[in-house]
Ligand binder design. Structure first.
Ligand code: SF4
Length: 154
């Protein structure tokens, strides 16, 4: 599974993609399933940016953090719905690895924004990343994926 925006799909909150040609090239020969948890949860493109307040994706599943727009709209359940749909797809397709977009409140693997909308990063995972990890799906950033591929061929 790959965050669809990394493959160039214009599914980000700002209506843009985040195409990484080197990632696309590295995926040749693999069965690739593009996913966008936020769109799968029912959000539109474009949409207001969201950040996790109170912690990271793990805390969201523990019920002590939530996902909000800058105006304070609580979209936690929408993010959880998208995460569940992503997990279901992973299980039904037998996906072995998820390559996800760093810093996203859904797909972040190591860092996310801190909920203040001040462009501040904190350590933590996104809501979908947390659910996939809790269910033993391997999650990597595109950088980790490319490094693994490089090591494999060196
Ligand atoms: Fe990309 Fe994930 Fe955000 Fe969708 S939810 S735009 S796949 S980072």
């Amino acid at each position: 599974m790959v965050s669809a925006c990394l493959l160039g799909e214009k599914c980000r909150y700002d209506g843009k993609g985040y195409l990484l040609p080197s990632l696309v090239t590295s995926l040749q020969g693999y069965k690739v399933l593009p996913i966008c948890p936020e769109v799968m949860g029912g959000l539109s493109v474009p949409r207001p940016p969201c950040e996790i307040k109170g912690g990271d994706g793990m805390k969201v599943w523990q019920g002590t953090a939530g996902v909000f727009t800058e105006q304070g709209q609580d979209l936690t359940e929408v993010f959880q719905k998208g995460a569940y749909k992503t997990l279901k797809l992973a299980v039904t397709t037998g996906a072995q690895t998820a390559i996800l977009k760093e810093k996203s409140p859904s797909c972040g693997c190591y860092t996310i924004y801190d909920g203040s909308f001040c462009n501040c990063l904190i350590p933590g995972v996104g809501v979908t990343t947390a659910l996939l990890k809790k269910n033993k799906i391997q999650v990597v950033t595109h950088t980790e994926w490319l490094e693994k591929r490089r090591d494999h061929f060196d």
